[in-house]
Design a protein around this ligand. Structure first.
Ligand code: URA
Length: 248
């Protein structure tokens, strides 16, 4: 395959921009500087570097990030820092995008990929992909809240939520600690579900999405590629994940 096509495919810009990179003598194949865009290279065997960084030719990239607070889950923004700004160039060139959104102040598991078909399946409301959140709540979370969430609560816009499973980890007078599994992704859903029962979420962290659990070795702001096993779990599920923890 032509070197300009390989570099353009993985996001180093248009063919014209790639030509400039070659002219700038920053591309090497097996240690030799390449300036000719027409040179044929075997991306599976030859070692290609750009600015000294080895590139790995692959069509898709799948990342899990422990999203920190203060950054937004968008692909670009004029003012705010986005999750894409946290990626290394070698990953950013694949042009991944976040699979769904977490609020600016929410932390935890965010998947990023350039596999549009998989992202679409994971986000499809028909697939009911379970998402589990850990949260700190102002006030006392009760067994009544648990039943209300199981039944479905009415949000501020009149929408009735699908059954959700609440685990009370610790219920205190001032603060409670919970886990909540939902199978939808309405705007600010967890916060609005607690508002519906008169309580306020003060800290929110997503800990799983479908079969993928947040790797607790990742500090906030860090990310890693999904393992082959994790990617196949995501794909095999095809998005049709079994009801988990009693969520129907
Ligand atoms: N629910 C929320 O309220 N916020 C999030 O970021 C995710 C789920």
């Amino acid at each position: 395959m032509r070197i300009d096509k390989i570099l353009a495919n993985i996001g180093y810009g248009s063919r014209k921009e790639v030509k400039k990179l070659l002219k700038d003598r920053v591309v090497e194949v097996n240690g030799e500087t390449i300036t000719d865009a027409k040179i044929h290279v075997n991306p599976e065997k030859d070692e290609i570097t750009v600015y000294g960084e080895k590139i790995e030719y692959k069509e898709y990239i799948y990342l899990m990030m422990n999203k920190p607070a203060g950054v937004i889950s968008a692909t670009e923004d004029l003012r705010e820092e986005t999750v894409l700004d946290l990626l290394e160039l070698e990953d950013a060139v694949y042009q991944p995008f976040p699979v769904g959104r977490l609020d600016k102040d929410t932390v935890g598991l965010l998947l990023l990929t350039n596999d549009g078909a998989l992202a679409h399946r994971l986000l499809s409301p028909k697939k009911h992909v379970p998402k589990t959140y850990y949260a700190l709540i102002d006030g006392t979370v009760t067994e009544e809240d648990k039943s209300a969430f199981q039944e479905g609560v009415t949000l501020d816009d009149g929408y009735k939520t699908k059954p959700a499973y609440l685990t009370i980890l610790r219920s205190g007078e001032i603060r409670s600690e919970i886990e909540l599994t939902i199978t939808e992704g309405k705007f600010h859903q967890v916060k609005r579900m607690f508002e519906a029962v008169g309580k306020k979420v003060v800290y929110l962290k997503r800990i799983s999405m479908g079969p993928i659990e947040l790797d607790n070795r990742l500090e906030e702001g860090e990310y890693r590629e999904l393992t082959d096993k994790e990617v196949s779990m995501l794909k095999e599920g095809g998005g049709d994940f079994p009801a988990s923890k009693g969520v129907e």
